[in-house]
Design a protein around this ligand. Structure first.
Ligand SMILES: Cc1cc2nc3c(=O)[nH]c(=O)nc-3n(C[C@H](O)[C@H](O)[C@H](O)COP(=O)(O)OP(=O)(O)OC[C@H]3O[C@@H](n4cnc5c(N)ncnc54)[C@H](O)[C@@H]3O)c2cc1C
Length: 393
């Protein structure tokens, strides 16, 4: 007869080791909560490692005329992350790396540049300023770009190192579960004889299915946005920029990353990526090349190799014309919270909201750490550029 594991009464169990689950897990562990984090696949394997790592301050949303609540909530986030990077926040990211301290907007002449400046300066003060051409970096000068460059005080993080910084101190409480167990999480806990004062789901797309399975989906609405992100290996220099076009979405949002072999990759989001996941990758490459030809005309991309990543963005449903919600969202079940950060940037705010919930319920740290050594260890996922198939055009 199978021996049933010894009973564990813990404070919190979290399902899903993306940024939402990991930030919350680390912050709770740091405060002395007894927490178990369970991952169905690999740490970071979902949207988190697919993200561009941009810690938004709201500027992009101001561009879209969404200055109001989203820009205001989000403008506090870069400081929260910087605090954590200094080792002073409610999580310790002092071991994480920053890919860039700031980014640029590249605005072609005649494209509502003046308006952009007025809107952003009003909303975001010192975090945005126009960079005179003589101060452009040699790399930007070399592109042949004509137009305005706007400085944005928004860091871009190396997401794999963020995940390691959050997970490594507490690896013995981050465990892997099988797909079948992940589909029936309450049964899994019962079988393992684990009870928790609070169950938290940060399982992105699966949250909705689990809430349905638990008969707790009443009033819950989520939205998915399919993306086909582009990747270009053999990029000429580090670039962290949004190529601004005529619509509210940049033509392309470019961040720079390194493969495990040290090769430079431009990761391409924004307009070039906004297409069905099953769209032809050639559409992404063709659109990216057309954008580069217009914005960066002097760069030769003939030696580059390309790849795409199909991925869904998942978040609580917004009630404003399909635009993203202003904040993270939490759907309350009986003993479960179903959580979506909406953006990587909002992970600290989601944790704040969860902590308020725990405080309201009187769930305080038990200052113990249960033994989970009977459960298998979760491993770290690789970022998209280390597991894709590259093609030469
Ligand atoms: C292409 C792209 C680019 C983006 N760029 C940015 C950006 O630059 N800046 C920004 O702020 N935001 C960005 N975002 C948004 C951001 O990535 C997401 O909002 C954030 O990563 C969501 O984190 P999460 O932890 O909720 O979800 P995920 O990262 O998707 O994590 C969910 C985890 O749960 C696991 N899981 C699923 N089901 C179960 C289960 N039943 N049991 C246990 N585990 C389970 C999954 O395997 C996964 O590891 C981007 C998103 C995309 C798709």
């Amino acid at each position: 007869m199978e021996k049933s594991p010894k009973g564990r009464n813990i404070d919190v169990v979290i399902f899903g080791a993306g940024i939402a689950g990991l930030w919350t897990f680390h912050a709770l562990k740091k405060r002395g909560y007894d927490v178990l984090l369970l991952e169905r696949d690999e740490i970071g394997c979902g949207q988190t490692l697919a993200s561009q790592g941009i810690i938004h301050s709201g500027l992009k949303f101001s561009l879209a005329g969404k200055v109001s609540s989203l820009a205001k909530t989000i403008s506090a986030m870069p400081d929260r992350w910087r605090e954590a990077l200094d080792g002073k926040g409610n999580v310790d990211l002092s071991q994480a790396q920053v890919n860039a301290q700031s980014q640029h907007l590249m605005i072609p002449p005649g494209f509502f540049g003046g308006l952009t400046k007025i809107v952003t300066q009003k909303a975001l003060g010192e975090s945005v300023r126009s960079v005179p051409q003589k101060e452009w970096s040699a790399d930007v000068q070399s592109t042949g770009f004509k137009g305005s460059v706007i400085f944005m005080n928004e860091p871009v993080l190396d997401v794999p190192s963020v995940l390691r910084a959050l997970a490594t101190p507490y690896m013995d409480c981050i465990k892997k579960i099988g797909h079948e167990e992940a589909d029936a999480p309450f049964d899994f806990l019962k079988k393992q004889n684990i009870t928790a004062k609070q169950i938290i789901f940060t399982s992105a797309k699966s949250n909705h299915n689990i809430a349905q399975y638990a008969d707790e989906a009443n009033g819950l609405e989520t939205q998915h946005r399919p993306l086909l992100q582009g990747m270009l290996r053999g990029a000429p220099f580090d670039l962290f920029a949004h190529l601004v076009g005529k619509t509210d979405k940049p033509v392309a949002s470019i961040t720079t990353h390194k493969t495990e072999n040290g090769e430079r990759v431009w990761y391409l989001g924004g307009g070039v990526a906004e297409r069905a996941k099953d769209a032809n990758p050639d559409d992404v490459y063709r659109n990216a090349l057309a954008a580069f030809k217009s914005y960066l005309p002097q760069i030769d991309f003939s030696d580059a190799v390309w790849a795409t990543l199909p991925i869904d963005r998942v978040e609580g449903k917004s009630n404003t014309d399909g635009w993203m919600p202003d904040t993270p969202t939490i759907h309350h079940g009986e003993n479960a919270l179903y959580c979506w950060p909406t953006k990587l940037t909002f992970a600290p705010l989601l944790y704040d909201m969860i902590q308020v919930d725990l405080d309201k319920k009187g769930i305080s740290p038990s200052c113990t750490s249960s033994d989970f050594s009977d459960l298998p260890q979760a491993a770290f996922a690789k970022p998209p550029w280390d597991k894709c198939d590259w093609v030469k055009l």
